[in-house]
Structures are given as C-alpha cells and as structure tokens.
Ligand binder design. Structure first.
Ligand code: TMP
Length: 222
C-alpha cells in the first residue's frame, strides 16, 4: 500500500473527490455538474457512490437502507459500511486513481463519522481504527460538504417521498450528523470545502468551482 507521501509524489495519480451532506442537500444534482466540470477539463472521471459502487457494495446498500422492524445495531451498521468500502477501494477506487482517473464519490468515510459517529453516537476512535485498517493511507484529496440546515433538508426529502432507513430519522439526528460534518471540515480547511447548499444553484456551482479549480490547475495527469 502506498504511503501518503508516495501518493503525492506520483504525478500520474488521479484525484479523489468526495461529495457529502445531509439528506436534502442536493448532492445528486450537484454531482452531475461536478463530473461534467472535471470532464470538461479533459480528465477521465469515474463517478461512484457509497455504500455501493460494486455488486457487493450495492447489495450491502440495499441491506442498510431498507426500512426494517428489527433495529440494526450501530456496530453492524458501521461494519457493513466498511465492508462495502473495502470492496469498493479494491475494485474501483484504487484502480481508477492508479491509472490517472479522477474519482468522484457520492459519500465516503466522512459519512461514517457523521452518521454512525454523530447520529448513532459511535465513538469516533472506533471509526478511525476501521478507517486506518480498511483504507491504509487512502484519504480524499477534497471533500465538498454541501451544507444545509436539517429543517430545510428534511423538508426537501419529505417532498420527494420514498423514505429509506436514514430518511426516516428526525431533525435531532440530522443536527448531530451535520455538527460532525462541520466540525471535521472546520478542523481541516485544506481537505474540505464547506458550501452553503441553501442558495441559488449558480452560487452553489461557484463555490464548487472555487474548490475544484486549484486541484485542476495542478499538473495534468498522464
Ligand atoms: P444516499 O447516498 O442516497 O444519500 O444514501 C446513503 C445513506 O447512507 C445516507 O443516509 C447516509 C448513509 N451512510 C451512512 O450512514 N454511513 C456511511 O458510511 C455512508 C457511506 C452512508
């Protein structure tokens, strides 16, 4: 497994971009734009998501999102997220980055810190241990945090219908999720961009472009 330094020195390696936010932040719409924006700069882009991105990951996604009468333990939930992630890194993320492609991932480990750590009160040190074990040195180059007030996000989710196991959580749950996202992003301003997602789409796109442009300006891969 490559160290962080070796990864930085590898001029050919692609960039790993993650998009995060609570339910109703508008991730799907903005991800399409992000992918097109990077492709327009001539880079190969692999768009993927978590949990998911592989056949095993998509099966795990169905398991963790399906509403169920039997509550899932927080331990089972976090381990399923990392099981899906292990397969995703091995089959999709590392091969893409290694050949110079950019990976745009709809959620990654920041979501585990925010949902299982914040929402479910799992100690963050346990998540950090799993992160080190499963990912080695792999961390996103940039996490775009689409930030929205939980009241606004939940209203948007309510309008779209078809609620999964997380969509059914209440506003207090999403307030805790948001708090962890914001805390992590504020502590590491190099790796995160906090974008106010409760403003007109043009302004959100401007925020996204300002975060991506410095990375796109670095030496063209390959
Ligand atoms: P979404 O990708 O459609 O937003 O749905 C995925 C859901 O899974 C979302 O509610 C957040 C949740 N999730 C976690 O709780 N932990 C994780 O590590 C990941 C990747 C997602």
């Amino acid at each position: 497994m490559e160290t962080e330094l070796e990864a930085e020195l590898s001029a050919h390696r692609g960039r790993f971009i993650v998009v995060e936010g609570i339910e109703g932040a508008g991730k799907s719409t903005h991800i399409t734009h992000i992918v097109n924006y990077i492709r327009a700069e001539g880079r190969e882009v692999v768009a993927t998501r978590e949990p998911g991105g592989t056949a095993l990951g998509e099966s795990i996604r169905e398991l963790v999102l399906a509403p169920s009468k039997e509550p899932m333990s927080p331990e089972a939930e976090v381990l399923l997220m990392f099981a899906a992630r292990a397969q995703h890194i091995e089959d999709v993320i590392e091969p893409a980055l290694g050949r110079g492609a950019w990976v745009v991932c709809d959620r990654f480990t920041d979501a585990t810190y925010a949902y299982q750590g914040g929402g479910r009160d799992m100690p963050l040190s346990r998540i950090a241990a799993l992160e080190d074990w499963v990912q080695g040195a792999l961390r996103p180059d940039l996490t775009l945090l689409l930030d929205v007030d939980p009241e606004v996000g939940l209203k948007r989710v309510g309008e779209r219908g078809g609620k999964d196991r997380f969509d059914q959580e209440n506003v207090e749950f999403f307030a805790k999720v948001r708090e962890v996202y914001l805390r992590r992003a504020t502590l590491d301003r190099h790796r995160y961009a906090i974008i106010n997602a409760d403003q007109e789409i043009g302004k959100v796109r401007q925020g996204i472009a300002s975060a991506l442009d410095p990375l796109l300006a670095t030496k063209a891969d390959g």
